[in-house]
Unconditional design. Sequence first.
Length: 456
Amino acid sequence: MLRRLLVLIVPLLVALVAALGVPLAFAVVQGESQETYLDRLGDASRFASLAENALASGRRTALREELDRYDQLYGIPVALVSTDRTVIESSRRPFALTDPDVQTGLDAAFSGYRGEADESIWPWEDVNLVVVEPVGRDSEVVAAVVTVSPTDGLRHAILRQWGVLALLGLIPVLGVVAVAWPMSRWVLRPVRRLDEATAAVAGGELDARADEVGGPPELRRLAASFNAMVDVVGRALRRQRAFVSDASHQLRNPLASLRLAVDNLAPHVTDDAGREAHSIAVDEAEEMGRVLDTLLAATRLDSASAAEPVDVDSLLATHVPGWRALAGDVELDVDVPEGLRVLEPPGGLGSVLDELVGNAIRLSGATRIEVWGSPNGDRVELHVTDDGEGLAPEERRLALRRFWRAPRHQNVAGTGMGLSICAELTAGAGGELRLSPVEPHGLDAVVTLKAGWFDA
């Protein structure tokens, strides 16, 4: 956020400096060009005065020497040109008059007026500055003085002044950045700490709090509101955990007593109707115990630990022997590539796979079950596939809801919450549990989890 703020401020400041600096740069070009032109015009006027006297007297030796000394001193060629466009005297021989600027200047001078230098010399233009001054005698133009000045020095002077302007413009930019950097950090520090506290709370650290002291008043109020919200959530979770603890003690003991009482009735039941009712009571008591265990497991989901990396190879080595023992005559194949690591759901990936394999063994009517996996980008997919009866599309949609059971499994021991708990556990690790059909028949339970990496 600090970089975004500076990216917003600095271009605006640069645009402001440019809005002031560009006109100044134009003024520098115009000023330097005009100053150089006036200097060359003064020289040309002096030569025109000397040329007028020389032409009047017919003695041009002094004029020629003056032109030569000027060229040697300043490196600027000078020529005296007659009205028929022939060179009378020049500092360099031959003196070319083919330059379009020279021709334009001569046209203006022989017409009786001096051309205006309204053109600015830019640093990237490699051109010469041509000045043509008419030479008059008795109000009549008899010749013209032509100077052709290289502009290297002029262009270098403009670049130097532009460099000075750029440095002067850079000073306020650096000053604003130097002030804005600590000021922005002070303003954004509570936002950063609030973001850190939010991430910590999302990761299960309910003791994390945002800073309510530093920063602007608005952010301090936001941090205080966030801390109050975390306190409310923390109290709610503590009450929930207290309920879980109380329920586990207060309900298990009466249920155990009820089960014991029902078992003790067995010797006193003699007729067939009584024994049937007693068996139903025992089954119902066992079902109540399973429901209680499942409800307590579902309630503990919110207080489970955060997802952590787990080695799939080690996990399978622990659980596969139990699956084979449970499978009995059902063929169980495991084909998972070595080296897979995933972010384990809260409560353990093993419990999720135990539930999926157990359901396939007990409920699908399958003769073959395959547990396999494959990496998919930054995700890992683990499949539990069977060749059993499968589920209809509507049944697959409802199977992940709590307490749902297929009609054909109503008389099979279970609570209807196993898949819903697995789905919630998987979602808690940023993954997904989905049920897909298998051709020609069967079910594929797919657990998709983020790939995990261990800290070095």
